[in-house]
Write a protein that binds this ligand. Structure first.
Ligand code: GDP
Ligand code: IMO
Ligand code: MG
Length: 427
């Protein structure tokens, strides 16, 4: 099974990093295809914790080539800081490659991320403030700067002048300090010098690797409900976190993909604004946050916590064409007497069982819960499905049936080996 996409089912932070790292140990390439350093992927290896943002989780395997694909937006400053941090911990970054046609997050797109949120006021998105939205906006507006541009000083000057002209009109109107082209150029050209040796045609290298029978894992950032097309628009990120993003974000065609794996948490979390019907307020939500360690890896914000939403998973199975699901954090539910699971919603007096595409319908949705008896045994050392308590087994089988997609791995703890394997994702 050479080409496998790993992506999030809910609102991010499902444990994509752990799953990618596990496959990454056997992969020749791990490719990031969307987002940027808004992502925070935690990988625990022998009790040592690594928080990865822009770097693919394959970086922890010294034999693996890590690729930042063209669908990613790259903040060079953040990239170099993350590389330095890993190097200082003895992790080599020599196998990192970056697609020349990936777009660059600049000091001014970061500034506009903050400014946009300020202008939106109460209607803000609650972004990570990393410049993601404005960088993708420049890309779509055809005034973006790409990695490949950073080594062409004359061309770059013209591009920066064009990009900055529009922004300075806004800054002038707001009475704010304008962007200085020379300052931007000096910064970008210095980055270009360092990035040039890592620059590749990702499409070419990845397709050649697949021709040679190599294993390529595509690692998604964010998740299905944060996807700009399929998520709770406008409370989304600005890229395609769904399966299609893996092909447009890497230059590998859809016919080459063998498996699409969705990572889903046994409950749900969300960071930032936007609807979340199963959200828990008060003691139970606080308990879940502490039990699951639900604090943002990127911004440190406490994550909003709630119960598992079955229509959301079924929706993700559909829009991504999932072949497998990985259920994470089952261990966190240990001790819950009766586990609530949302099986549908009541929206304006109507009972619906499918995820609604209108964000305002979703915001008005009252969850309809069914309950499953829980278990009290510690399951963090279980490695065989049959050794799980009977109620945990039937809980998993019930979720699987509602999802309409097989569960192939079950997470019972953050460490690599704290996993129950039902089906080999690379087999
Ligand atoms: P990502 O953004 O999807 O990679 O997820 P994050 O790293 O932001 O958040 C997931 C958190 O859950 C991390 O701290 C992981 O170490 C942890 N984690 C992953 N899988 C499991 C699991 O099965 N059980 C427990 N208890 N923790 C897990
Ligand atoms: P991983 O890959 C959870 C959220 C932000 C905000 C919205 C838009 O770790 O799952 P942005 O900065 O992207 O413009 O913010 O998306 N968000 C995430 N939430 N996990 C993430 O990444 C996220 N990346 C962005 O909180 O609501
Ligand atoms: Mg995360």
């Amino acid at each position: 099974m050479p080409a496998v996409i790993i992506l999030g089912v809910q609102w991010g932070d499902e444990g994509k990093g752990k799953a990618t790292d596990q496959l990454g140990q056997r992969a020749d390439y791990v490719v990031k295809f969307n987002g940027g350093n808004n992502a925070g992927h935690t990988v625990s290896v022998d009790g040592q914790k690594f928080a990865l943002h822009l770097l693919p989780s394959g970086i922890l395997n010294s034999d693996c080539i890590s690729v930042i694909g063209n669908g990613v937006v790259v903040d060079p400053e953040a990239l170099f800081a993350e590389m330095a941090e890993l190097e200082s911990r003895g992790v080599s970054t020599k196998n990192l490659r970056i697609a020349g046609n990936a777009h660059v997050i600049t000091s001014y797109t970061k500034m506009f991320d903050r400014l946009n949120e300020e202008v939106l006021g109460d209607g803000k998105i609650g972004t990570t403030g990393r410049g993601i939205g404005p960088t993708y906006a420049d890309k779509a507006n055809r005034v973006g700067i790409r990695i490949v541009d950073l080594v062409h000083p004359r061309r770059l000057r013209g591009q920066v002048e064009t990009a900055v002209a529009q922004k300075n009109l806004v800054l002038r109107a707001l009475g704010r300090e304008e962007i200085n082209v020379d300052d931007v150029l000096t910064e970008l050209l210095a980055y270009g010098e360092r990035l040039a040796p890592m620059m590749i045609s990702a499409s070419r290298e990845l397709n050649e690797a697949l021709d040679d029978g190599k294993t390529v894992v595509f690692e998604g950032g964010q998740s299905t409900l944060l996807d700009i097309d399929h998520g709770n628009y406008p409370y989304v990120t600005s890229s395609n976190a769904t399966a299609g993003g893996a092909v447009t974000g890497s230059g590998v065609g859809p016919t080459r993909i063998d498996r699409v794996v969705g990572i889903v948490k046994a409950y749900a979390t969300r960071v930032g604004e936007g609807p979340f019907p199963t959200e828990l307020h008060g003691d139970t939500g606080d308990w879940l946050r502490e039990a699951g360690g639900e604090y943002g890896v990127t911004t440190g914000r406490p994550r909003r916590c709630g119960w598992y939403d079955a229509p959301v998973t079924r929706y993700a199975v559909r829009v991504n064409g999932l072949t497998d699901l990985v259920l994470t954090k089952l261990d966190v539910l240990t001790g819950v007497e009766e586990i609530p699971v949302c099986v549908g919603y009541e929206i304006d007096g109507q009972r619906v069982h499918e995820f609604p595409i209108d964000t305002w319908d979703f915001a008005n949705a009252k969850p309809i819960y069914e309950y499953h008896p829980g278990w009290t045994e510690d399951i963090s050392t279980v490695r065989e499905f049959a050794d799980l308590p009977a109620n945990a087994q039937s809980y998993v089988r019930w979720l699987e049936e509602m999802a309409g997609c097989r569960f192939s791995l079950i997470g019972v703890g953050p460490d690599r080996e704290q996993t129950i394997v039902l089906h080999d994702l690379l087999g």
